[in-house]
Design a protein around this ligand. Structure first.
Ligand SMILES: *Cc1c(COP(=O)(O)O)cnc(C)c1O
Length: 481
């Protein structure tokens, strides 16, 4: 065994040298992308080639090129022509808090393993609850992702609303939740994990504007009850992922109150609108929710992965995973908010609270207002541009920064247009100047953009449309392409 190897691994000098070099490389990368010194948002490579490259690199590659190669071979979220998925171009300083968390590696499950970040988490949670409009009983915690947070919220809902002790005794009745057919697939997955089965996921049809049709709620609930399903929760999307449309949270809240259901808001993407003076109307009614999910790594400029799960009544945050039934918990059970592992699904988690606190402390909460407002403004503007161009069809007027549209041509039917738009998107991917994604809505293939970068301008979007038209001609002339 080579003892010197371990010494080398933990050498502070080696770390200092590599660290300075990496920071320089990352700063150059940012300069390159944000200021568009390089043209492309992505240098596309197919999975097989990428695998070959990295298998070879492990054997023959120059170790000093490892980080630069990774930089080249990933998608550049800081490029203004990255208009694809919903992850933030990270505020660069949060890469530093990420490094701090990675090096200190306090596991956060108990207070002793993360004193500062546990207390900081409480400060961050209190701030978020205040912005939602919650009262003094509110609380919550940070956890690893919207998917896990939604599952956790539904477990809390079940514990709070179902009269028998499912946690200890398992299901007796057929339980159910109500959710829009447009909700993120992780809600479906959470319900399946909880054993609700297909029958327990009551999917509410969406209106033609892709919003949950709240006029149907009563009849769906009546039908579920007739079938012996005990419905315990209803979920609103803020907004739904595919189209960026917000459900009517006020109407859902009213329904939940009337029927004593748990009201959960999946604001993974757009819950951050609570910070936007201009767009907070989109989440009107959110203060009535029993629980709310907001992703830091989507509309709040933080690195993956950090999510807030907030509760109108903090008692539920502690009750979720308690062996005791909800009503048996004493006030002292709730007091140790600082032992995170009692409240979160995961045991170990990163010191994610420091990203939130760093941004609040350095730039103030106005930064979240600016970020959300700027991106939603651009979504609206892009919508107008598309509406004014007869070669494009907009799914709906955007209400957030998610914009779905397709290229259209009078001579082509739906099937041909589906094929054409699919090809356009594939050409864009391989071209690499822009990065956008795609989605299928009611059988129609759409191009999907999420304007995540505050430096994406109308000119970039004009260039994108121009490029789409170019590819529409090529693929139209040569459909096998
Ligand atoms: C992205 C998203 C999720 C999933 O969140 P992750 O942090 O990716 O796990 C859930 N719901 C909605 C509405 C989303 O947009």
């Amino acid at each position: 065994m080579d003892k010197n190897l371990l010494k080398a691994v933990y050498s502070p000098e080696d770390f200092r040298e590599r660290g300075h070099k990496l920071i320089d490389e990352l700063a150059n990368h940012l300069e390159d992308k944000i200021q568009e010194k390089s043209d492309n948002a992505i240098a596309w490579s197919i999975p097989e080639n990428e695998l070959d490259f990295w298998e070879n690199f492990l054997v023959k590659g120059d170790a000093s090129l490892l980080f630069p190669e990774i930089l080249n071979r990933t998608t550049h979220v800081h490029h203004p022509k990255y208009i694809g998925h919903q992850v933030s171009p990270t505020a660069p300083i949060t890469a530093l808090s990420g490094m701090l968390s990675a090096l200190l590696n306090n596991g956060m499950a108990i207070y002793e393993m993360g004193m500062a970040p546990s207390a900081i988490e409480r400060v961050v949670i209190d701030k978020l609850c205040e912005k939602i409009g919650y009262g003094r009983d509110s609380g919550g915690f940070l956890t690893s992702g919207g998917t896990l947070a939604n599952l956790t919220a539904l477990l809390s809902a079940r514990k709070a609303k179902v009269s028998h002790d499912v946690w200890n005794e398992g299901h007796q009745d057929q339980l159910g939740i109500m959710v829009s057919e447009e909700a993120h697939y992780c809600i479906d997955r959470a319900a399946k994990i909880m054993g609700l089965g297909e029958k327990g996921i009551i999917k509410i049809s969406a209106t033609k504007n892709f919003q949950m049709d709240t006029s149907l709620l009563q009849s769906y609930l009546n039908k579920a009850e007739r079938e012996g399903i005990t419905v315990f929760a209803i979920i609103g999307s803020a907004p739904s992922t595919a189209t960026g449309v917000y459900d009517n949270l006020e109407a859902i809240a009213q329904f939940a109150i009337t029927h004593q259901l748990w009201f959960h808001v999946d604001g993974a993407h757009g819950g951050a609108a609570i910070f936007s003076e201009k767009y907070k109307h989109t989440v009107q009614g959110i203060q009535e929710a029993d629980s709310v999910v907001i992703d830091g790594h989507k509309m709040m400029m933080m690195p993956t992965i950090t999510t807030a799960l907030l509760f109108k009544n903090d008692l539920h945050a502690t009750a979720t995973f308690s062996q005791k039934a909800d009503y048996l918990l004493t006030p002292t059970d709730h007091e140790d908010w600082y032992n995170s592992g009692k409240r979160t699904f995961e045991c170990t988690k990163t010191m994610m609270s420091i990203h939130w606190y760093l941004l609040l402390k350095t730039y103030g909460e106005e930064i979240f207002d600016e970020f959300v407002t700027r991106l939603y403004d651009m979504g609206h503007q892009f919508g107008k541009m598309l509406q004014n161009d007869p070669q494009f069809e907009l799914v709906i007027q955007p209400v957030s920064n998610i914009v779905c549209f397709r290229y259209i041509h009078p001579n082509l039917d739906t099937l041909a247009l589906n094929e054409l738009n699919k090809n356009i998107r594939q050409n864009l991917l391989e071209d690499g100047e822009f990065y956008i994604v795609q989605t299928k809505l009611k059988g129609i293939h759409y191009l999907r953009t999420t304007i995540m970068n505050p430096f994406t301008t109308q000119e970039h979007l004009q260039q994108l449309l121009k490029k789409i038209k170019k590819y529409s001609k090529q693929t139209n002339e040569n459909p096998s392409n």
